[in-house]
Design a binder for this molecule. Structure first.
Ligand code: SF4
Ligand code: SF4
Length: 408
């Protein structure tokens, strides 16, 4: 089993889930192939579709009620300034997403619900979920509740609080697709999660504990460990679909409450914030509005990472906008940061790369496009192990990400 052991920092953010549902405005990034469905000064409700991606056939919905404003420049979670559509909150929202009884659903209806409600993978990739389920035969569904990066506890807290809802929709999915089995994958020695899930398991819905290694939550690692098989491009080649547990919860809300993807749980943590906390937020909220809930910074010199410490991106401002696929913001004391030194040629980055890339050679050849192609940089899954193990503290992951862009 390929993987490394990482230090644990999860305990600091395990407490109740707080809520922040009253941002002054929310902002939605306008991306390639996006069609804006509203115009300036229009009034929208919570859940009104405001953007359609014509290529992916997915919708983005307003996460507050209010007025459509001008397109404005904001920083996204990749630290890039880009165009956002602003919706100014009028705070007139009502509790409109009540649970309803649903009659039997067939596959077509289920797929349409996912599409219309803008359900995307919340584990990080943001891939449209309906595309995963729109397959001829799904035999096995793996629910990824591994959350293998240090610090992040959003999925953990969601599982603790919403396991009943997750199981309810899993039973429905089992029936719709006539699947053979569903595995809920968690990290081993996670007693509380085990106690929460086991009462709902049976011969079709099974709990599986996976080794406490990083990157165990990577889809290939899960498929290898659970099903003892491999695939080339996508797990569906073997009749397998993998969904993050928070994605499953958003499917529950779409199916049973007719609620589009407008909210998510995010972990705000690190040694430079007074009260590390999980917060249920409206998608599109500016991050700086959450700082007060977390007891403010405990130092003037903080460094921010959008994402976990392994796969996240450094970010230069706390005023960036929270997208639907961000599950953590890490706030660290800047003084703890170590500066990179010269490469020691130790080979650790290559030895530990789960997809067998040589990150040090990528760094050495960063301006040589044909060599970067030969090094097959596109296989990189962005896990960040190379940067983590490097004794010279060189940010190799960043080099490989840059190389991927160069060969694209
Ligand atoms: S090169 Fe990519 S896949 Fe390999 S260790 Fe670095 S980030 Fe992970
Ligand atoms: S791990 Fe760091 S020091 Fe070692 S070879 Fe790779 S880049 Fe050089």
């Amino acid at each position: 089993m390929i993987g490394i052991k990482l230090p644990k920092f999860k305990q600091i953010s395990i407490n109740e889930i707080k809520e922040y549902v009253n941002p002054k405005s929310v902002y939605f990034e306008i991306k390639e192939n996006d069609e804006i469905l509203v115009k300036e000064n229009d009034t929208v409700e919570i859940g009104t579709p405001i953007i359609k991606n014509t290529k992916k056939e997915t919708f983005i919905h307003s996460s507050v009620s209010g007025k459509v404003k001008k397109i404005t420049k904001k920083i996204n979670s990749l630290n890039i300034e880009t165009d956002f559509l602003e919706i100014e909150n009028n705070f007139k929202e009502k509790d409109i997403f009540k649970k309803q009884k649903i009659s039997k659903l067939d596959k077509k209806e289920f797929i349409e619900i996912l599409k219309q409600n803008g359900i995307v993978g919340l584990g990080g990739a943001g891939f449209p979920t309906y595309k995963k389920y729109d397959n001829v035969e799904i035999k096995t569904l793996i629910i990824n509740a591994v959350e293998c990066e240090p610090y992040i506890t959003a999925d953990y807290m969601l599982t603790v609080n919403y396991i009943k809802e997750v199981i309810e929709v899993l039973n429905l999915i089992l029936e719709i697709f006539n699947m053979e089995e569903i595995f809920i994958a968690i990290k081993t020695h996670n007693q509380l999660l085990k106690d929460k899930i086991i009462p709902f398991t049976n011969n079709k819905i099974k709990l599986i504990e996976v080794p406490n290694l990083y990157p165990m939550g990577w889809e290939k690692s899960l498929v290898r460990y659970i099903k003892h098989t491999d695939y080339k491009k996508l797990p569906i080649e073997k009749g397998i679909v993998i969904s993050n547990i928070s994605t499953i919860y958003s499917i529950y809300e779409a199916v049973y409450c007719n609620k589009p993807l407008i909210e998510k749980i995010i972990t705000v943590t690190g040694n430079a914030i007074n009260k590390p906390t999980n917060i249920k937020i409206r998608i599109g909220t500016p991050f700086n509005e959450l700082i007060k809930i977390c007891g403010n910074y405990n130092t003037d010199s903080v460094s921010l990472v959008a994402g976990g410490p392994m796969m996240g991106n450094s970010i230069s401002t706390d005023q960036f906008i929270i997208p639907n696929n961000l599950n953590c913001v890490l706030i660290l004391n800047e003084q703890h940061e170590l500066k990179p030194i010269t490469c020691l040629r130790c080979g650790k980055c290559s030895d530990n790369c789960p997809v067998k890339i040589s990150p040090v050679l990528v760094k050495d050849n960063i301006n040589n496009k044909s060599e970067l192609q030969r090094l097959d940089v596109n296989r990189c899954i962005g896990c960040g192990i190379c940067s983590y193990v490097c004794p010279s503290k060189i940010n190799l992951r960043e080099y490989v990400q840059e190389a991927k862009k160069k060969v694209k």
